[in-house]
Write a protein that binds this ligand. Structure first.
Ligand code: NI
Length: 274
């Protein structure tokens, strides 16, 4: 039982063999894939994939790289898409000060606007943060506090039904030192392929330290391919290598990590799959 909590199967890297890749995911034991939009067109394609395949769920949102495309019209269509029954989150949203493909003030505005949309629709968020952890966490702290109207931090959503918390910091890269703060906000931690890399001791320390009920696994495919296939395209079936590396770091059986991370993804995203 496995769930890939973060995939980009709508990307052109899968145009030639998308159905085969999805079939391999099924054969590898995946019971769900959460496909994550990165732009308006990617969000539309993500919803279309979720309509076609029962075990694919959708997140819709505009990535910080594309923040400059988030016009009021785009925001209006995102709001409509987000009401689709297969949409389980807003994402991926956040801040990326490493590549700076949109101006930072524009990224911050797009992040804030989409967080507000998530609170309005009572959906969890899938957050991307790269070399922007201070600003990302300050924004999330304000959002969680505001959304709760001064209630207890970490018990999001406001009046909502999910017990899974406000969202996930996907492909977590903020180091062990920020873990306590992220967990204090109620967020889950998404661990991806780099946990398999020989030099990734800091990330393995994070994977070992996260409380089991806050741990998610993901591929972020087509990127971040695990060590065994490094240099090639990543795909959802390879989430098993992430699970194995996390299990070794935690000194637990891989089956227990697979089961717990699948349960966590179902709880966070409200997925009712078999
Ligand atoms: Ni991603």
């Amino acid at each position: 039982m496995l769930i890939d909590s973060h995939a980009h199967l709508d990307f052109p890297q899968f145009d030639a063999d998308r159905e085969v890749v999805i079939a391999r995911a099924r054969e590898a034991g995946l019971i769900a894939i959460v496909n994550i939009g990165t732009s308006l067109s990617s969000s539309r394609a993500t919803v279309a994939l979720a309509e076609k395949y029962g075990f694919i769920y959708a997140a819709v949102g505009v990535h910080p790289h594309d923040a400059k495309t988030l016009t009021p019209d785009v925001m209006a269509e995102l709001r409509t898409l987000a009401r689709h029954p297969k949409v389980v989150a807003i994402g991926e949203i956040g801040l990326d000060y490493y590549r700076d493909l949109s101006p930072r003030d524009v990224q911050r505005q797009a992040f804030a606007d989409q967080l507000a949309l998530a609170a309005e629709l009572m959906l969890p968020v899938v957050v991307h943060s790269r070399e922007a952890h201070g600003d990302t966490l300050a924004t999330l702290r304000e959002w969680v506090g505001f959304s709760l109207g001064g209630g207890t931090e970490g018990s999001f959503p406001p009046g909502g039904g999910t017990e899974g918390g406000p969202g996930v910091l996907h492909s977590y890269s903020a180091g062990p030192e920020r873990l306590e703060e992220v967990l204090g906000l109620g967020f889950s931690i998404g661990i991806s392929g780099p946990v398999t890399f020989p030099k990734a001791n800091r990330l393995r320390a994070v994977a070992a330290a996260v409380p089991l009920e806050r741990l998610l696994v993901e591929t972020d495919c087509p990127y971040l391919t695990p060590q065994v296939y490094r240099g090639r395209r990543n795909e959802p079936a390879y989430v098993q290598y992430v699970v194995e590396a996390v299990a070794r770091a935690r000194k637990m059986p891989a089956e227990a990590v697979a089961q717990a991370t699948a349960d966590n993804a179902r709880r966070l995203f409200g997925i009712l799959c078999r």
